[in-house]
Design a protein around this ligand. Structure first.
Ligand SMILES: [Zn+2]
Ligand SMILES: [Zn+2]
Length: 288
């Protein structure tokens, strides 16, 4: 089965005039040449949104501000949300989706994540202060719009024909990455993390990976901030990419707005044997 991955948001922040154009030429020019198998699904100019990927139209992988580009009809197709960690740039749109879909929902949207992240979202977001507790409210049809489903790294799950493995990583709050496989195709995503062994060991346990999406939030010149906030910088990511034992295509995400070219150039100088691509907002990647 093929996997379709639509990038709704891939930035470390939101801005409209970031100088980074989410268009293919911006990276084709700066790299050694060959085009990747990607389709531009529609351009939204220069607006950058935070992390959110739509997998095969029914599964959302993180729910950052990028979700806002979806139509109501597209939102209604989403049945599952996989969350990496509790930070707002990855979860903000769960709150707005719950509100937008409340009246019309006939079966709850299942939000799969770790026990720790569920606890954080219940305590700090869906607490009837910052936002209504949509995990207990029922709509006029008697249905809850969202339901949390605890997910653990010990027990992969299957959703809509995709096998999903949760992988613990290392960030300032409990955080995980995911490896998603259709049987014939697969991709993995680090979520937010600093250097770790768990993610790289987990993906090396499999024979094959079509696409690896890793964050690299800061350039080398900001490596102290990267360390404090437990994100990768090009030095730490280059070291971790050395742990990779399988051949795959590497895509970077979560750039600090305005630092995109610097981060890419820093990393390309340090990693000569792997082709490094930026993950492009508004692109749809077809693994088939
Ligand atoms: Zn984070
Ligand atoms: Zn983040």
């Amino acid at each position: 089965m093929s996997i379709q991955l639509r990038i709704l948001g891939a930035s470390g922040g939101t801005t409209t005039h970031g100088g980074w154009k989410p268009l293919p030429f911006a990276w084709l020019k700066g790299s050694s040449g060959r085009a990747m198998g990607m389709v531009v699904a529609g351009g939204s100019g220069h607006r950058l949104e935070t992390t959110s990927f739509l997998v095969n139209e029914t599964i959302l992988l993180d729910a950052g501000t990028g979700v806002g580009i979806l139509s109501l009809n597209e939102l209604q197709q989403i049945r599952h949300i996989l969350i990496t960690h509790s930070h707002l740039d990855h979860v903000a749109s769960i709150a707005f989706m719950a509100d937008s879909l409340f009246e019309t929902t006939t079966t709850p949207i299942l939000v799969h994540t770790s026990e720790e992240t569920i606890a954080a979202l219940k305590t700090h977001l869906f607490n009837n202060i910052l936002w209504p507790d949509f995990t207990t409210l029922v709509n006029p049809l008697g249905i809850k719009v969202i339901e949390f489903v605890p997910f653990s790294s010990d027990a992969p799950i299957t959703i809509d024909g995709l096998s999903i493995e949760m992988i613990p990583v290392s960030h300032t709050v409990p955080a995980v990455g995911y490896r998603i496989e259709s049987g014939t195709h697969s991709f993995a995503y680090t979520g937010d993390t600093m250097t770790n062994d768990t993610f790289w060991e987990a993906i090396n346990r499999h024979q094959k990976l079509d696409m690896l999406i890793t964050e690299c939030a800061f350039p080398v010149e900001m490596k102290e901030i990267a360390a404090l906030s437990k994100h990768y910088d090009p030095d730490t990511l280059a070291a971790d990419l050395n742990k990779l034992e399988i051949k795959t295509k590497v895509f970077l995400t979560h750039f600090k707005p305005g630092k995109e070219e610097t981060i890419l150039n820093d990393l390309r100088e340090r990693v000569r044997d792997i082709r490094i691509n930026p993950l492009m907002q508004d692109d749809t990647y077809q693994l088939k």
